[in-house]
Write a protein that binds this ligand. Structure first.
Ligand SMILES: [Fe+2]
Ligand SMILES: [Fe+2]
Length: 300
């Protein structure tokens, strides 16, 4: 058991000094979350990363044990920005230095950049759960996103441990806020959020990860390669969760999924999609080329 897992729920909920608007009625700041929405907001808001991961695990455990309701009717405010530690500093994407992964410092920079993506992914999964808690969605929709949050926390922890093995830590280098900003234009519509987060941003990860695995193997960093194998496998599941529920919503609203996807991407996503695409992995996740080909810089 890791130190984070051994922390009782009370410790994580006792010491939080939340603004009143984050507390559900009757919640005195002690004990486990009162609902899935409450736990999601707690994890999203936590600036301390051990707390964020601990809250993610506790909320997921309680949800899968059947101890929590969705909390859709609770008047809790979902914060616009996640809680984050003071470091890394956030800089514009074009200020990020590119380094070769042949050097150890280059590998550390890559592991750090992907750890930052995974941290964003934890917050994005909880943001979907919290922000869309009162959509009329089946319980299995929330099951899917809670599992995503849990797996993103695992990815972040694996990468952070690997950084530690190499004498570094998350927060040592700068990072950028592009992912969070890309997601925030879709705050008000679940279909748009699913189009942009799992079906554009996470699907992009499927295109890139096989080459990261190869590069790590080429330089003999088998330990990092193994982490990316895990990430690659899990991320296909995340895109699949997105594709399943995107189709569900389109069906419910009697829209054609591929055309609806393209409309939403053109409205909410800047820039063209860059080939090459990992068509096999995308298709395994239910995202077939008819969705994205017409949006690609090569397909225009
Ligand atoms: Fe991930
Ligand atoms: Fe993911």
């Amino acid at each position: 058991m890791t130190p984070q897992e051994s922390q009782p729920a009370d410790r994580l909920f006792n010491h939080r000094e939340w603004p009143d608007e984050w507390k559900p009625e009757g919640f005195n700041g002690h004990g486990p979350p009162s609902s899935l929405k409450h736990g999601a907001i707690a994890a999203l808001s936590a600036p301390d990363l051990h707390d964020k991961i601990g809250l993610t695990r506790i909320t997921a455990r309680q949800w899968f044990n059947g101890a929590l309701g969705q909390g859709g009717v609770q008047t809790l405010v979902v914060p616009d920005r996640p809680g984050r530690p003071e470091r890394p500093l956030l800089v514009p994407p074009n200020k990020m230095r590119k380094r070769s992964i042949r050097s150890e410092s280059g590998r550390i920079a890559l592991l750090h950049a992907i750890a930052h993506i995974e941290l964003n992914a934890i917050d994005l999964a909880w943001d979907i759960v919290a922000r869309f808690a009162n959509e009329r969605m089946p319980r299995s929709f929330y099951d899917g996103w809670v599992r995503v949050a849990l797996e993103e926390a695992k990815h972040f922890s694996l990468l952070r441990t690997r950084l530690n093995d190499l004498g570094a830590d998350y927060g040592d280098l700068d990072a950028h806020d592009g992912l969070w900003e890309a997601a925030q234009t879709t705050q008000h519509e679940l279909r748009a959020r699913l189009a942009i987060v799992p079906l554009i941003l996470e699907a992009r990860g499927l295109d890139i990860t096989p080459s990261v695995i190869r590069q790590m193997e080429d330089v003999g960093d088998q330990k990092s390669a193994e982490i990316f194998h895990i990430i690659y496998r899990d991320e296909q599941g995340h895109v699949a969760v997105g594709a399943k529920w995107f189709r569900f919503l389109c069906l419910r609203e009697e829209r054609e999924p591929a055309a609806a996807f393209q409309d939403l991407v053109r409205t909410h996503f800047r820039g063209a999609l860059k080939p090459p695409f990992n068509d096999m992995a995308r298709a395994r996740a239910g995202l077939t080329p008819v969705f994205y080909r017409a949006l690609s810089s090569a397909g225009r």
